[in-house]
Design a binder for this molecule. Structure first.
Ligand SMILES: [Zn+2]
Length: 557
């Protein structure tokens, strides 16, 4: 792109040295770039938006037309009103910025079925620089990324170099067809509609305003009723991160990635649940359902009572220990629910540490005065970059020399699982030593895709895979657990379908919390539990269909 840009600069400069070029000629010379900038966004909108029309969309189209006119008007103004030397600079900046923006849009659309918006910007801002870089590196391994990277500037070069009108239009037609075919091949069934630029601008501003609003959940606890008759209790909820059920030996994976948990399971010391699924394959979207009674209404989660509030009302002291990304409240709104605890402690500032380093803090809490305690530990877990989730001395599989980049990634993931396994084992030992009425429930926010389908590793809510939606989940209870009658129910429902947005109800039943808010039809160990179809992702994909359609999955052993 730099080449033809410089060619253009010299062209306008050399001609201006000889005789003054009429401003209109300058504008004509730039017109190719203008066509180029309009070409892709218009085409995307045609491909993704043309199939359904509503009045509102027509309005958006009109608005979009006006909005598209803006850079055009800016170019026109620059060409006609600015001094000849300044005009190309401004025009060049406008065009370059617009071209980069287009390129980012196409990249996001092909890989995630979404366009650049405020949410994407926020994610980029809160993620450590290394993570963003690594994330793009991951996608540079994909063919589609290279097609975009070559096609986009190629289109520009062709539009610029083709002088003859006839050739120009036929090239444009061929390009259009090429792009249509390309998107049909890569965009899969998403067909997310591309909103007009005006609609996007409105959405961007709205999300920005929403993110600046401080979410407080004080009012949700005002009329809350919850009770618990335990004399003493020690209940733990451990929330993992990106934990793949399929790669865990607890669930039959051949590699021994979770040796301790497997042993505990085989000696019947923990209950393993085989049919847990998340409705959202992304932390920010999964946690509101796990921490509040919002259920599916995660947009308005802050209007519902939170798990910490319910436990506090029932006489517990509640801790929430957070070891994820730095807690930028606007980017992780669910933290408003976490902060309803008596004590919220973030381990992630200033540096994210290994989960195992939380043990000392947990010990202190267990030894502190108070008879009824509820702890939520939110782990760094097995999030990418996997190698950063365990200390060097814990390398086991990733010591294998001569591995391909894919094998290395898998080895590092498996080592990350071993570190989690060791941490959970030590947690259980702490609890066992205390001989109290206690239980510990573990489940992650979502799973992780590791090349099961599409040659893809990671997780995205827009393109969920069965492996990234399935959750490993287990329960440990102490010998002096207060509600032994529940054990038969637990035992009977190890394979019952469960959606993690129903977690608060299941958890209330385990902890013996009575409240008008408790919905027995949403607690999968309750006789009144009602199975409902499980939808995954904001696109509402049926989990069973996804599971059956994508890859044959061996049932857990
Ligand atoms: Zn997550």
């Amino acid at each position: 792109m730099a080449n033809f840009k410089s060619k253009l600069m010299t062209e306008s400069q050399t001609s201006s040295n000889k005789t003054p070029v009429p401003q209109i000629t300058l504008l004509r010379r730039w017109s190719f770039f203008f066509v180029y900038l309009l070409f892709f966004p218009t085409l995307l909108q045609l491909i993704f938006g043309v199939f359904s029309f509503s009045l509102e969309e027509w309005g958006n189209w009109f608005g979009g037309l006006l909005f598209r006119g803006l850079p055009g008007a800016l170019l026109l103004l620059a060409a006609l009103r600015l001094p000849r030397r300044a005009a190309p600079v401004l025009m060049g900046s406008v065009c370059t910025a617009a071209a980069l923006f287009n390129l980012l849009d196409i990249f996001l659309l092909v890989n995630f079925g979404t366009l650049f918006d405020y949410g994407t910007l926020q994610l980029m801002c809160i993620a450590p620089a290394g993570e963003v870089r690594g994330f793009f590196q991951l996608f540079f391994m994909r063919l589609s990324t290279w097609v975009i990277l070559l096609l986009y500037p190629a289109a520009g070069v062709i539009i610029f170099t083709v002088k003859k009108q006839k050739l120009f239009w036929s090239t444009l037609t061929i390009l259009t067809l090429g792009v249509l075919i390309f998107f049909n091949c890569t965009a899969r069934e998403s067909r997310s509609k591309v909103p007009s630029p005006a609609a996007r601008m409105k959405h961007f501003v709205q999300s920005w305003q929403k993110s600046r609003r401080q979410i407080t959940m004080d009012s949700t606890s005002a009329a809350l009723q919850a009770a618990n008759s335990d004399k003493e209790a020690l209940y733990l909820l451990i929330i993992g991160e990106s934990h793949s059920r399929r790669r865990s030996s607890l669930y039959g994976a051949l590699r021994d990635t979770t040796p301790q948990l497997k042993k505990l399971y085989r000696s019947r010391q923990i209950f393993r649940f085989d049919n847990a699924v998340t409705p959202h394959v992304m932390t920010q979207l999964a946690l509101p359902g796990m921490l509040t009674l919002a259920g599916k209404d995660i947009e308005n989660f802050y209007k519902y009572p939170s798990l910490p509030d319910i436990f506090r009302k029932a006489g517990f002291k509640v801790w929430y220990i957070f070891n994820q990304m730095p807690d930028t409240e606007s980017a992780l709104p669910f933290l408003a629910a976490a902060k309803r605890s008596d004590c919220f402690k973030s381990f992630s500032n200033p540096v994210i540490r290994y989960d195992v380093q939380m043990l000392n803090e947990v010990k202190k809490i267990l030894d502190s005065p108070g008879s009824k305690k509820f702890l939520i530990l939110h782990l760094k877990g097995n999030h990418w970059k996997y190698a950063e989730t365990f200390p060097e001395e814990m390398r086991h599989f990733s010591l294998t020399p001569g591995s391909s980049s894919k094998e290395t990634l898998l080895n590092e993931y498996d080592d990350s699982l071993r570190a989690l396994d060791a941490f959970l084992f030590q947690m259980l030992q702490l609890l066992q030593a205390r001989k109290k009425n206690a239980f510990l429930l573990y489940l992650p926010d979502h799973g992780e895709a590791l090349y099961e389908e599409d040659d893809f590793a990671g997780h995205t809510d827009l393109f969920p895979t069965a492996a990234s939606a399935e959750l490993p989940m287990f329960l440990w209870i102490s010998p002096s657990f207060a509600r032994p009658e529940l054990l038969t129910a637990v035992q009977k429902n190890l394979k019952t379908s469960f959606l993690s947005s129903d977690l608060p109800h299941f958890f209330m039943e385990l902890a013996g919390i009575t409240s008008p808010l408790f919905a027995p039809e949403r607690s999968f160990i309750n006789p009144r539990y009602k199975k409902t179809p499980r939808r995954v992702s904001t696109r509402g994909i049926d989990y069973e269909t996804m599971k059956n359609k994508t890859t044959p999955i061996s049932e857990p052993q």
